[in-house]
Design a binder for this molecule. Sequence first.
Ligand code: KG4
Ligand code: ZN
Length: 339
Amino acid sequence: MKERPIILGIETSCDETSAAVLKGDELLSNIISSQIDIHRRFGGVVPEIASRNHLTAVLPVIDEALAAAGVKKTELDAIGVTYGAGLVGALLVGVSAAKALAYALDIPLYAVNHIEAHIAANYLATPELRPPFLAVVASGGHTGVARVDGLNEFVMLATTTDDAIGEAFDKAARAVGLPYPGGPEIDRLAKLGKPIIKLIDRKKSKAELSYSGLKTAVINYLHNLEQRGEKPNIPDLCASFQTIAVDMLVDRAVATARATGINTVVAAGGVSANSYLRDKLKADGARHGLTVCFPPMSLCTDNAAMIAVRARDMMRGGIPPAGLALNAVSYLKLGESGK
Ligand code: KG4
Ligand code: ZN
């Protein structure tokens, strides 16, 4: 393997079409074409519409990423593509484009696990980061605390028993009447409020990571006020929801760090862009002597830079590339790589 292979990353798992070019440890380009404005009027991602938009965007986005990097297709050494988890129709667009390119260029194709890639985004921001470390996984589809034992070794230690944290942010925001995606909206409004509404009794549910009850508590709270003819204080409600949602996960991460003796913790996934999560993890981490790392904001939500990084590490670890029979999969656990 070349010391600094040039890798094209492709990501189409949800509502972002993205392509990036990585040369060794250096990110040369990362183009993200977001469909958020298209899905907003439906209050969430419509899978069929997502697939169709990926179809029109994927090749122009790849060309733009190559042009921005100043790299010709023929200079590429490998391609990495998200093959799961995500919306199957959306994933298939990226997987098909990646397979066609890899075949035409006769270069290896790496099948990238989306959540592992979110974790790997930290290697871009913190190049000196080395396993073992813990990862707070906080995205629209996955939530938990993972242990990273090696470049290609991931173990999920604790996971939500029901909804993912990002899903809870989006559903709570929808109940409050905020536009999609609700996470950034709650983050913004929470700064104007105080976390004084007791939505759930955290002492009772301390042992487990669970978001479905919290989302229902927001809905019930709004219904109760409506029945009494009262209006909610939206900033206080956002601050209260956000505090409980984030505390649950960060407390679990700190407890896991203390139990395992692993004192480096990284954040991964779209919700790691949340300002309260970043502040709390930094503050609690500092109090317990932990080193805390975050991807830059631009690499928290879905992007192809993290896919290229993950493909590079699979290459470095000698994980075999995927064949042209590679298919998209909707569910994929952490640690299920390179199938
Ligand atoms: O990782 P991601 O881009 O996609 C998945 O892999 O699921 O995560 C998307 C999630 C959405 O639920 C979105 O509302 C949430 O990340 N999100 C945030 C913030 N920015 C994005 N949640 C809370 N605060 C934010 N600032
Ligand atoms: Zn994601």
